[in-house]
Design a protein around this ligand. Structure first.
Ligand SMILES: Nc1ncnc2c1ncn2[C@@H]1O[C@H](COP(=O)(O)OP(=O)(O)OP(=O)(O)O)[C@@H](O)[C@H]1O
Ligand SMILES: [Mg+2]
Length: 367
């Protein structure tokens, strides 16, 4: 029988009191309730898109089953909402093992992570979201866990200090991060599998929308699913949120059926444009173009002008704008491309000032 997902409470069970050890209450507080939980694929075959990743994981799963060993440690990276948590959930379901979930932000000290390690059952999965937020002392503490399934605990202080090695059960750590660049190299290298999740193409998103419309008991025409997919920033979580909105709109303003015109009207009302950019995306481009003359400028300057956190810009806004080539990153900062001007209906950007003119009259002297 499959174990239920335990959210950040390895030392507590449903019926009984705490079993001792520090309880990672912070983990519970940190983890937001996901409104998408109902729509999340549960098995590998329900996963849409990310074909390479899904195929490679299917092989690792089969090998783990045949060897009777836990999966290798896995690191998922990629922008928010592309399926990192979904893949972890699916792997836990496929193997029928226990899953414990925590977040790098909740693991401040070695003692915060300890209960997750000592309570991990053989073959279980420990999912560490936002793993880039682990402090380096905690990172170093889990190196021997990942390599040899042991923790080294120092007892006492000074001259009388001694280290005891505590053996652990063999289990799998799955890390998720939107910033793999912030992970230290030693931590990154300790993951046997490293998968990068990419934005989804419109076909895949349309399929996700059609499936999820059925789960939400909404009827949607193919064209409307496509329209929604094309306007969802290549991101299943955004597609799901927009689907819910369109469904509500269709109930309030129409007969509950999602036609193409209902989908368009609903998305227009939410100020999602034809390319799927929302108000915040357009504000980013407008600020870059109008205030900073198209750039290049640093993300900190954009953040200050827009009054939006740097992390939000880096994690949520920029990846898709970069992917669509509305923005490029240069050594001197972010720069809007001609496509961004065109998208906002602004006159073309001024010609780029060459720092080193291509034509050098002096060259003639030597030719
Ligand atoms: N491959 C997929 N097929 C179908 N639905 C998906 C897929 N990937 C993600 N989803 C849907 O998108 C939602 C968001 O995905 P998920 O929570 O896994 O993203 P995430 O990468 O963990 O994001 P974050 O970085 O914010 O934690 C899921 O609840 C699920 O409904
Ligand atoms: Mg997640």
């Amino acid at each position: 029988m499959r174990e239920a997902i335990i959210r950040g409470t390895p030392d507590r069970d449903d019926n009984g009191p705490e079993r001792g050890g520090p309880s990672p209450d912070a983990a519970r507080a940190e983890l937001p309730v996901d409104p998408d939980e109902k729509l999340r694929p549960q098995r590998l075959q329900e996963i849409v898109g990310q074909r390479g990743v899904a195929e490679r994981l299917a092989i690792s799963l089969e090998a783990a089953r045949k060897r009777g060993e836990p999966l290798p440690h896995i690191l998922f990276d990629g922008p928010p909402g592309l399926g990192k948590t979904t893949f972890a959930t699916v792997l836990h379901n496929e193997l029928g093992v226990e899953l414990n979930i925590t977040s790098g932000a909740a693991l401040d000290k070695k003692m915060d992570v300890m209960p997750y390690l000592t309570n991990a059952a053989e073959g279980s999965i420990l999912f560490i979201d936002e793993i880039h937020r682990l402090p380096s002392a905690v990172e170093e503490f889990i190196y021997p866990v990942m390599e040899d399934f042991r923790v080294d605990v120092v007892l006492g202080e000074g001259m009388s200090a001694r280290t005891i090695n505590l053996p652990l059960k063999k289990f799998t750590i799955i890390g998720a991060t939107t910033r793999s660049g912030m992970l230290s190299a030693p931590l990154r290298e300790r993951f046997g599998i490293h998968e990068h999740l990419e934005f989804y193409d419109t076909d895949d998103l349309a399929m996700i929308i059609t499936t999820n419309a059925a789960k939400l008991r909404a009827t949607i025409v193919q064209e409307a699913a496509w329209e929604l997919a094309a306007r969802s920033r290549g991101t299943p979580r955004i597609a799901n949120a927009r689907l819910r909105w369109v469904r509500d709109y269709s109930l309030a303003r129409a007969d509950g059926h999602i036609s193409l015109s209902v989908a368009r009207d609903a998305l227009d009302m939410q100020e999602v444009d034809a390319e799927g950019l929302d108000r915040q995306d357009r504000r980013y481009l407008e600020t870059l173009i109008r205030v900073f003359n198209g750039g290049p400028t640093g993300v900190e300057a954009l953040s200050a002008t827009m009054s939006v956190a740097v992390d939000t810009l880096k994690d949520e806004v920029e990846p898709y704008l970069l992917r669509r080539e509305y923005v490029v990153r240069t050594p001197r900062g972010r720069q809007a491309t001609a496509a961004a001007y065109l998208h906002l209906g602004l006159p073309a950007p001024p010609p780029v000032q060459e720092e080193f003119p291509l034509f050098d009259p002096q060259r003639r002297l030597f030719e």
